[in-house]
Design a protein around this ligand. Structure first.
Ligand code: C5P
Length: 354
């Protein structure tokens, strides 16, 4: 029997970009949050006898999904088999429900779903630390899907820590027909901040030393914010609210988080290049009408996906309609807007197998 695995998506609740590291990646601090919105990855695997070489095949219902060794699922399965020392015939099917747009971690989640499916099929699992190491080899936002729920991402985003869960909250995800290149967005961020550091008055450290300093401060600032919201003195922190409903937002840690002014640094470089995305965020926020206002709305990762979080299903549906009706002409054709919910860790694992 093939194994069907739900491959859930993620958003970033705040993302601070830090200095460029010696390996060319950027330091990051972010809070990932998994969503109910998912693809389905189906894996079947059969062990082969000694001397045989592994054979992989990959198919998808979506024409834009690569079906060769460039696919994240392929990379994951190939490397996992090598680590396990197993030769196998493996076929993978990816049912794409999620938009192929960046920002939702879809390709990264697919890779983890393929790993979980493969382990289930072979009745053998890699040790936990090895799974995390393998996931980090595939991409910076792959390891988070080995935890699920609310996840703190440090390092280049691959160093993950499970955070106390936020209550399940209504969410609208928007997939605009615009592509944003992640490496280019990082380069644009560097260029922008090198310029602003260069224009600082007076004798100061060199441009890059100064930006690196400012960037490290930004990372620490967001880490401190996340830590303080999750462990407020005199309370039992967010552990006490896991079972509350999303409507009970008075003491929702999400609100506490939003009040601290979390933001996604990528907006600073992506919005000026794609004004239609700024407009979608404005529609998601919805503050002008004063109704169905978002608790928080932002770009997810480097985009182009955006999201809004809402107090009720009605508010989320109203925001979805606002976006579909009013998104700027040109951005309108091919735009997707989906109502979903954030997915806490326990539910993530409970509902993993489809
Ligand atoms: O790790 P991932 O494959 O998602 O990264 C894609 C690209 O984004 C990297 O090759 C790198 O150029 C850039 N990146 C970065 N800093 C990060 C994550 C990604 O510069 N923390």
């Amino acid at each position: 029997m093939p194994t069907r695995v739900r491959s859930y998506s993620k958003i970033n609740l705040g993302l601070a970009i830090g200095p460029t590291r010696a390996d060319g990646f950027h330091g990051l601090t972010t809070l990932y949050q998994t969503l109910e919105l998912h693809d389905v990855v189906t894996v079947s695997a059969r062990r082969l006898g000694a001397g045989a070489a592994s054979v992989l095949t990959l198919e998808s219902n979506h024409p834009k999904v690569p079906t060769d060794a460039t696919n994240t699922c392929w990379k994951m399965v190939e490397r996992c088999l090598i680590r396990m020392g197993i030769e196998a015939e493996v076929s993978i099917h990816i049912q794409k429900n999620l938009p192929v747009q960046g920002g939702l971690g879809a390709g990264s989640a697919n890779a983890v779903a393929a790993l979980i499916g493969l382990e289930h099929e072979l009745n053998q699992a890699l040790p936990g630390p090895e799974r995390l190491e393998l996931a980090a080899e595939i991409g910076s936002d792959v390891p988070l899907f080995l935890l699920g729920g609310a996840v703190l991402g440090l390092g280049r985003g691959e160093e993950v820590y499970p955070m106390p869960d936020l209550p399940a909250t209504w969410c609208v995800v928007v997939a605009p027909p615009v592509g944003v290149s992640t490496p280019q967005a990082f380069r644009d961020w560097d260029a922008l901040h090198a310029r602003s550091a260069g224009s600082a008055p007076g004798p100061k450290p060199s441009g890059s030393a100064l930006t690196n300093l400012q960037h490290s401060d930004r990372l620490k600032e967001l880490s401190r914010t996340l830590a303080s919201v999750c462990a407020e003195p005199g309370t039992s922190g967010v552990f006490s609210v896991v079972n509350r409903t999303a409507e009970d937002l008075a003491e929702n840690p999400l609100l506490a988080l939003v009040r601290t002014g979390i933001e996604n640094d990528f907006e600073e470089v992506v919005f000026p290049q794609h004004p239609s995305l700024r407009e979608i965020k404005r529609l998601l926020v919805g503050s002008e009408s004063g109704q169905s206002e978002a608790v928080y709305a932002a770009l997810s990762g480097s985009g182009s996906a955006l999201f809004g979080l809402y107090r009720s299903r009605e508010d989320a549906e109203a925001a979805q309609q606002r976006v579909l009706r009013n998104a700027a002409p040109g951005a309108e054709s091919g735009i997707g807007a989906f109502v979903t919910k954030t997915l806490p860790r326990a539910a993530y694992w409970r509902s993993m197998f489809a």
